[in-house]
Design a protein around this ligand. Structure first.
Ligand code: ADP
Ligand code: MG
Length: 625
């Protein structure tokens, strides 16, 4: 390639390569929305060029002109309707300019075209994803002029120009400083991009953390630095707080902060925050993920849903990995091996961090748990890859804690009694409600701890977990418990075996389909009867959820077992009454009430109306009427 450097030669005209022509045709004719992303694309290219130059100055001592500030300048001219972006980066030689902006179709070009053909209509976000960002300039410009000079010491300047239609021209440029200046001659329908407030706002949204100053008409437009890439010993507390407020749109300080870097297995800089409040709990609807994905300080994706597990949606922050391809798309994020690895490392780190916090300052962790425990429960139930770590972070009240204080599953295991194989939990509306109910009698009598769960999701989580530390998790209202040890101080003598069996049979017949089985209980101490859930892995809490949808008593009866305490005087009396013809009807009323009382204690009485009428009849009798 020859060019006359002494006389001012006429510009050479070249044709765009076919794929690029097609690409430009789409860019110019079908992309009308979100055109502002061209600002991000050009800034990202400028930042790349600056980054490369910075790297060169580090590795190559012969680089001239180091004194020029590494910055991105944007000059706007409303009268001329131009948008000009300059950088003092590596610039381009004639060959680079020719190849990069017209000849070489990036590998992404074809993919972009294929996607566009599939999508049918223009999705502007695709353009940045396929590494063809430069051409986005033509969404808003009727003509683009690129003036550039490479940092190589003997380089001269070149001017590239095109209307994006079929050809481009190239000519030498006198006095071009090192770096690149791109001028967009805006189309009439894109004049807003020559106005400073608009441009500043776009920069604030997309490029705030670009690690070089961005000056719009000489004034800095990005205030926040790429904190996450700095050494954490050098970042001030206020800087973290400010950064958090910025990215989380928050008014308060972050509750937890995790700033870490790793080199292996991936190069990662991550800065994660946990906000103080859980807005989901405050009734603002489901949260959206809030962690941005960067590659070398350039934003690749804002809040990608596909990066981190769903339960982590309450976390805000930035993940930066230089191992990720800049042109990774939302669609490929889930299938990308590196992205999956990245997500795993980050999730693991975050869980490790929480575990550390929980050990270090359990009271503060309890505050965290109160706000965000719900998310961890969700994770423990659904995120099988991290289930074990999540299980360690769960907290519950228990019969061994003071009211309001929490126990971990590991705490529980450390307190298990001799011979105990299982971890027990019971769901109820409140601590007082659970402790007044019949379910924990047997545990109390044997000195066995029971975890108290107050939300229906808890039972779902624990039954999904199945085991912790090799111990099965068992709902204390399930019918078949194998409790270790002897019950202490049972009250009264049990009924003879044969009488007890006969009473059970009579009761089953009297109660009909409202119970599936009536049996002698081994667990009761002071209550006459208790309703337990028989088999099918159904716990009382799940049953209550089911009941909210279907209130038909017979459906529920299929799951219920009535257990009788045959030491109880009322049960013994019932046996006497049911044997006598004259009192049998009354015995039936007692049986119905006993069953309803048991259901009530379980929170499973579907329809109390019949029960209230019966109670009134029994009261009348008790009052001697
Ligand atoms: P990508 O940035 O994904 O490579 P682009 O279409 O945005 O794709 O840019 C194409 C190429 O043009 C870049 O890879 C780079 O080599 C060159 N380029 C674009 N802008 C600049 C710039 N400001 N300074 C130096 N080179 C640039
Ligand atoms: Mg680019």
């Amino acid at each position: 390639m020859t060019s006359d450097l002494t006389s001012a030669p006429a510009a050479e005209t070249h044709e765009f390569r076919a794929e690029i022509r097609q690409l430009l045709d789409i860019v110019i004719h079908s992309l009308y929305t979100h055109r502002e992303i061209f600002v991000r694309e050009l800034i990202s290219n400028a930042a790349d060029a600056l980054e490369k130059f910075r790297h060169e100055t580090l590795v190559n001592p012969d680089i001239p002109e180091k004194e020029r500030e590494l910055a991105i300048q944007i000059a706007l001219d409303e009268a001329a309707t131009t948008f000009t972006i300059s950088d003092s980066g590596v610039g381009m030689t004639r060959e680079e300019l020719t190849e990069n902006l017209g000849t070489i179709a990036h590998s992404g070009t074809k993919a972009f075209l294929a996607e566009m053909a599939k999508a049918g209509k223009g999705d502007v976000n695709l353009i940045g994803k396929f590494g063809v960002g430069f051409y986005s300039a033509f969404m808003v410009a009727k003509k683009v002029t690129v003036e550039t000079r490479s940092y190589h010491s003997d380089s001269q300047g070149w001017r590239w120009e095109s209307d994006g239609v079929g050809t481009w021209t190239i000519a030498p440029a006198e006095n071009a400083p090192r770096g690149t200046r791109i001028t967009l001659h805006l189309r009439e329908d894109a004049e807003e991009f020559a106005r400073a407030p608009q441009v500043r706002e776009i920069i604030r949204r997309f490029s705030s953390f670009v690690p070089f100053p961005i000056l719009v008409d000489g004034e800095k437009a990005n205030t926040v630095q790429a904190l996450w890439t700095r050494n954490k010993n050098e970042v001030k507390e206020e800087e973290y707080a400010e950064f958090f407020k910025f990215i989380a749109n928050a008014g308060d300080e972050p509750f937890y902060r995790l700033h870490f870097s790793a080199d292996a297995p991936l190069a990662i800089n991550a800065l994660l925050f946990v906000p103080r409040d859980n807005v989901e709990r405050l009734g603002f609807g489901r949260m959206r993920p809030g962690v941005d994905l960067y590659c070398r300080k350039v934003l690749i994706m804002k809040h990608p849903e596909e990066l981190l597990p769903e339960w982590m949606r309450f976390v805000r922050g930035v993940v930066d990995s230089e191992d990720l391809p800049l042109n990774i798309s939302r669609e490929t994020l889930q299938d990308n091996r590196l992205a999956r690895k990245l997500a795993n490392v980050i999730t693991g780190k975050f869980l490790g961090f929480l575990d550390e916090q929980a050990r270090h300052d359990p009271e503060r962790y309890a505050e965290f748990w109160a706000a965000h425990g719900r998310f961890l429960k969700e994770g423990a139930a659904e995120d099988f890859a991290h289930q074990e770590k999540l299980a360690k972070l769960l907290r519950f009240e228990s019969s061994a804690t003071e009211p309001g204080k929490l126990a971990s599953l590991a705490d529980y295991v450390s307190r298990m009694v001799e011979g105990q194989q299982e971890i027990y939990y019971i769901n109820g509306p409140s601590r007082a409600g659970i402790e007044a109910g019949p379910y924990i009698e047997a545990f109390r009598a044997r000195g066995i701890e029971v975890l108290y769960t107050f939300e229906p999701i808890d039972d779902f989580v624990l039954s999904n977990l199945r085991v912790f530390d090799g111990k099965a998790l068992v709902s204390a209202d399930s019918g078949d418990l194998n409790l270790p040890g002897e019950q202490k101080d049972p009250e009264g003598e049990p009924m003879p075996e044969a009488d007890a069996q006969a009473l059970c049979e009579w009761l089953k017949e009297a109660l009909g389909t409202r119970v599936s089985e009536v049996k002698v209980s081994a667990r009761l101490v002071s209550s006459p009867a208790v309703a337990t859930t028989g088999g099918l892995g159904m716990t009382g809490a799940m049953h209550r959820v089911l009941m909210a949808m279907n209130r038909d008593a017979e459906t529920h009866g299929a799951f219920m077992t009535l257990e009788l305490n045959t030491r109880h005087p009322l049960v013994k009396r019932l046996d006497v009454l049911r044997r006598d013809d004259t009192t049998r009807d009354f015995a039936r009323e007692l049986a119905d009430q006993l069953n309803d009382n048991a259901l009530m204690a379980a929170g499973l009485l579907a329809d109390p109306r019949a029960m209230v009428e019966r109670m009134n009849r029994l009261l009348a009798k008790a009052a001697g009427l």
